[in-house]
Design a protein around this ligand. Structure first.
Ligand SMILES: Nc1nc(=O)c2c([nH]1)NC[C@@H]1CN(c3ccc(C(=O)N[C@@H](CCC(=O)O)C(=O)O)cc3)CN21
Ligand SMILES: CC(C)C(=O)C(=O)O
Ligand SMILES: [Mg+2]
Length: 276
């Protein structure tokens, strides 16, 4: 399969999801990135990123919260609209934020419909496996493609006791149960977050749907990173699973400092930036 098929022109979400399935069958890996704004999303689409996640990690990296827990449906809609306005080929998946789907399938449906109708998303993601299988079933049977997210689920950080690797020892059984529950309920893919590489490899082998790893080793079908982490825009601590591919913070700092210096010393604006 060529990249142009995985990253096809004007196709429906169903066709794009089918291409991800075919990629798994052919052993072709692919990359997902988060996106929260219109410029970054356009750049990632141009880079050939086939799937973008409007992640509730926006709580941390855009909105300045210390967790994803305070993120609202309105927050997610604003960001999802910005991303879907500048993209046409990538599959755009919107995270359902904490408190917007857990109480039952009807709540999940109501939130997912808003993400699609108002936000323009083509799929939604929710955290959990066994626990949210009824939600996944209703969404999928209603025509909404669902991505599941298991292992370390940040919205449950308080219940999980902090940022911890999940699925070690006895936890492996729960992880496998969650993975199968998500697949059986109809999820088209599943994110595995902070799971030992060996277990993630086993889940990837057992499942027919693609696994997308973040801190889950090299044997997943795909990978995802939070973009300000991988681009070095994040000035704070980043998780161990992050690789920095750029130093955007350093570059932006330099630009802002140079601009301020030139305004102070009168070298900006020049004649070429002024009108006669
Ligand atoms: N900037 C950012 N990057 C992310 O990957 C991310 C977010 N925000 N917000 C939502 C969730 C939360 N995630 C997180 C947040 C922190 C750790 C973390 O601190 N990990 C440590 C400890 C691991 C351990 O002790 O086992 C690490 O060093 O990886 C991991 C995942 C992943 N997501
Ligand atoms: C880390 C990814 C998978 C996520 O859920 C997010 O960015 O919110
Ligand atoms: Mg998330």
């Amino acid at each position: 399969m060529t990249e142009s098929v995985l990253y096809g022109g004007s196709s429906t979400a169903r066709v794009r999801v089918h291409h991800l399935q075919q990629a798994k069958e052919r052993g072709e890996r692919w990359a997902m990135l988060t996106a929260y704004d219109t410029y970054a999303a356009a750049v990632f689409e141009e880079a050939g990123i086939p799937v973008m996640l409007v992640g509730d990690s926006a709580g941390n990296v855009v909105l300045g919260h210390t967790s994803t827990v305070p993120v609202t449906v309105e927050d997610m809609l604003l960001l999802t609209k910005a991303v879907t306005r500048s993209t046409s080929r990538s599959l755009i998946v919107a995270d359902l934020p904490f408190g917007s789907y857990e109480s039952g399938p009807q709540q999940a449906f109501d939130t997912a419909v808003r993400m699609m109708k108002e936000g323009g998303a083509q799929a939604v993601k929710l955290e959990g496996g066994v626990r949210v299988a009824p939600q996944i079933e209703l969404l999928v049977s209603s025509g909404i493609p669902v991505m599941a997210h298991i292992g370390f689920t940040p919205q449950s950080e308080h219940a999980l006791g902090g940022f911890r690797v999940q699925g070690r020892g006895a936890g492996a059984e729960q992880l496998l149960a969650d993975a199968h529950a998500a697949q059986d309920a109809g999820a088209f893919a599943v994110v595995l977050e902070m799971v030992p590489a060996g277990i993630a490899g086993q889940v990837t082998k057992e499942l027919a749907i693609p696994t997308i790893g973040i801190g889950a080793g090299a044997d997943c079908d795909a990978q995802v990173l939070v973009w300000p982490d991988m681009a070095g825009l994040n000035g704070g601590r980043v998780p161990k699973f992050v690789k920095k591919y750029a130093d955007l913070r350093g570059e932006l700092l330099r630009a802002a400092q140079e601009y301020a210096t030139e305004v102070r010393d009168g070298s900006f604006p020049g004649r070429e930036h002024s009108f006669d």
